[in-house]
Design a protein around this ligand. Structure first.
Ligand SMILES: [Zn+2]
Length: 160
């Protein structure tokens, strides 16, 4: 593990214990070069994130597709294109928190929410591909509908 202080690659584990109710192992490490102490967490690799498409079909989440969609939307937009990889990683993290299954609509909405803050042109481009929208008003209405449609839909809660 690279030392955060001197970037040295050699360290020794000085303490190791369970964390997060046993879901992780926390290791205290000491850099052999500069002595800096830092902490690492080891976890089981995540279960695959599944995307439920409008048709009801499921497929594994593909970050490459997300990146391609973002690249198309941000093409030739100064200062935005280079953020695509980071944005995709951030979106994937957020989606995994909602997983192990997310709908393709939820992904589209998450992308739109972020693009809207970053770059309005990219936002409208993505919206137009996503739903054939021609102006922001179309999406405002759809976003309202999606939010209403998804919030109360918790099948695992008992009725009434
Ligand atoms: Zn060091």
């Amino acid at each position: 593990m690279r030392c955060p202080t001197c970037a040295g690659r050699d360290d020794k584990v000085v303490d190791s214990r369970l964390a997060d109710d046993g879901a992780a192992i926390r290791r205290r490490r000491a850099c052999l070069a500069c002595g800096r102490r830092f902490t690492t967490f080891e976890r089981i690799e995540e279960t695959p994130l599944m995307v439920v498409k409008r048709s009801g079909q499921r497929e594994p989440f593909d970050r490459g597709k997300l990146v391609a969609g973002l690249r198309a939307a941000t093409k030739s937009r100064a200062g935005v294109g280079e953020r695509v990889e980071a944005l995709a990683a951030e979106l994937e993290d957020a989606l995994r928190l909602e997983g192990p299954e997310v709908t393709s609509q939820a992904i589209g909405l998450a992308v739109l929410e972020r693009l809207r803050v970053i770059d309005e042109v990219a936002y409208l481009r993505f919206a137009s591909v996503y739903k054939g929208f021609t102006d922001a008003g179309d999406f405002e209405r759809e976003a309202g509908l999606l939010t209403k449609a998804t919030e109360p839909k918790r099948r695992d809660e008992p009725p009434g």
